[in-house]
Write a new protein. Structure first.
Length: 280
């Protein structure tokens, strides 16, 4: 059994100051959290659900990352395939959204049947995610949000999820090997991991940072740091080191109108699907 009600109450009500004390609670252990990155994304937090606002690219990205995850999960599940009339193809699948932010990805996964848990190190983000999901009356969402890091979450949920998704997050993580290791631990043997991120190439720096942030302003200025970007080859190495096999890497490109387009090369941004081996 995972977490009693009393344990949940104690864990989430112990500290009186939500943000700073949360960060301090990880000061004596290996952590994937940096205060600078959390603070960066808490700016204009109420605008995140404005689908035509400064975070529009995260909303339009769902057009690529939702079918990518859906088809990937179904492809490795024996006997299952996508039926055109099935509006909830992921019904019964448990998915963890790491670094879920305000829930833009989580909610959409839930609407196609998945049982989604979203975690984020920002208390403000989790509050917005919970508020928005409570106001979503279009469907009955199987959706939970927790204000915690992946390294804390895995303590109670190792080998628990059918899939872990991590979208536009790993490029903001300092300790990437540790982060990937924790993500893999949460997945069942034979389960899937899905990442989307910006590649670490000069072309990606020019198009996705210089042009997107400073010229066309389709992404808020200062969102990305080239030093923290991760190439698809390096991400694949980290996954292989943790007993996974990469199944598919798909390139994508953010256009000036804030819409995403699939491309053959992963040199700018990419989606990656990996599967955790059964013999671990």
């Amino acid at each position: 059994m995972h977490r009693s009600a009393s344990k949940l109450f104690v864990q989430r009500n112990y500290w009186t100051t939500r943000k700073n004390t949360f960060l301090r609670s990880f000061s004596n252990e290996r952590s994937t959290v940096t205060e600078e990155e959390i603070t960066k994304f808490e700016k204009d937090v109420k605008l995140w659900w404005d689908s035509n606002g400064p975070r529009k690219p995260l909303h339009t990205l769902n057009k690529l990352r939702i079918p990518f995850a859906r088809d990937g999960i179904l492809a490795i599940t024996t006997g299952l395939s996508l039926e055109s009339n099935n509006q909830q193809p992921l019904k019964g699948f448990k998915i963890l959204d790491v670094g879920c932010g305000p829930g833009i990805y989580s909610e959409e996964l839930s609407t196609i049947g998945a049982q989604v848990t979203g975690i984020d190190a920002s208390a403000e983000m989790i509050s917005i995610a919970k508020l928005h999901s409570s106001q979503n009356r279009s469907s009955k969402l199987v959706l939970n949000y927790w204000n915690e890091t992946i390294e804390n979450h895995v303590k109670d949920y190792e080998l628990y999820y059918d899939a872990v998704v991590c979208s536009e997050v790993i490029e903001h993580i300092e300790n990437k090997p540790f982060f990937v290791e924790q993500c893999v631990k949460c997945v069942k043997n034979g389960g899937s991991l899905f990442f989307t991120t910006i590649n670490q190439t000069l072309a990606a720096w020019f198009v996705m940072i210089f042009c997107a942030e400073f010229i066309f302003r389709v992404i808020p200025k200062g969102t990305h740091n080239y030093r923290l970007l991760l190439s698809h080859k390096d991400l694949e190495k980290l996954l292989v080191q943790n007993g996974c096999q990469v199944k598919l890497i798909q390139g994508m490109y953010l256009m000036p109108n804030k819409e995403w387009s699939s491309v053959k090369t992963p040199n700018l941004s990419y989606l990656l699907h990996a599967v955790k081996k059964n013999n671990l």
